[in-house]
Design a protein around this ligand. Structure first.
Ligand SMILES: O=C(O)CCC(=O)C(=O)O
Length: 196
């Protein structure tokens, strides 16, 4: 499937953006169900002795024993819901890749975002494939190369879109959801991953 659209990175990785991966009615149904029924949690991180809340709510779902570990955060997986399993199957069938976990992010309003980061937790292994679905209010993302930080790639994560990251992306590029005063409505993002 990734051969059908253009890699948006000029070098050092592969990122493909598929708009309308889900139809508008499907996206609306998914958004409403996830907003209501996901066990959203407020995580915090301790940086240089100071504990701060993440500027979004999160949830970690996955197969038994597939835990989320990133500096300062450890999460046991919640058991898959029927809807999350259906979405996972839909993504897996189209990409021909299997996933065993998903990090969910809820951006409540214009104060929520995700700062520059890489999805390079050791549990993800070498050159992980990350399939990131977005629902609700569109959000802008940016990518910057570790050696050419002025050269930013920007785009919009539309309701029902899929952003697929693979190859050396997590080695060479950082990613963020850009802060904006335009995010008046909530947005939900699901990143499917494979913990090894
Ligand atoms: O909402 C997004 O696309 C960002 C999510 C993300 O990068 C992450 O969960 O690691």
């Amino acid at each position: 499937m990734w051969t059908q659209t253009k890699n948006i990175l000029p070098r050092g990785g592969e990122v493909y953006l598929y708009n309308s991966f889900f139809t508008a009615p499907e996206s609306e149904e998914v958004f409403d169900e996830l907003l209501k029924n996901v066990e959203w949690r407020q995580d915090s991180m301790t940086i240089r002795g100071k504990t701060v809340n993440l500027p979004r709510l999160t949830a970690w779902y996955g197969n038994e024993g597939k835990c989320y570990r990133s500096p300062g955060i450890f999460k046991e997986p919640l058991p898959w819901t029927d809807m999350l399993l259906d979405i996972k199957q839909f993504v897996e069938d189209r990409l021909d890749i299997e996933f065993n976990s998903a990090l969910l992010n809820l951006y409540r309003n214009e104060s929520d975002d995700a700062g520059w980061h890489r999805d390079n937790e050791s549990g993800l292994g070498f050159n992980p494939v990350i399939a990131s679905l977005s629902f609700g209010n569109n959000r802008e993302f940016q990518l910057k190369h570790k050696d050419f930080p002025k050269e930013k790639i920007t785009g919009t994560l539309q309701n029902g879109s899929l952003l697929l990251m693979r190859g050396e992306t997590q080695v060479n590029w950082r990613y963020r959801i850009s802060p904006s005063k335009e995010y008046h409505h909530p947005g939900i993002n699901l990143t499917f991953r494979k913990i090894i």
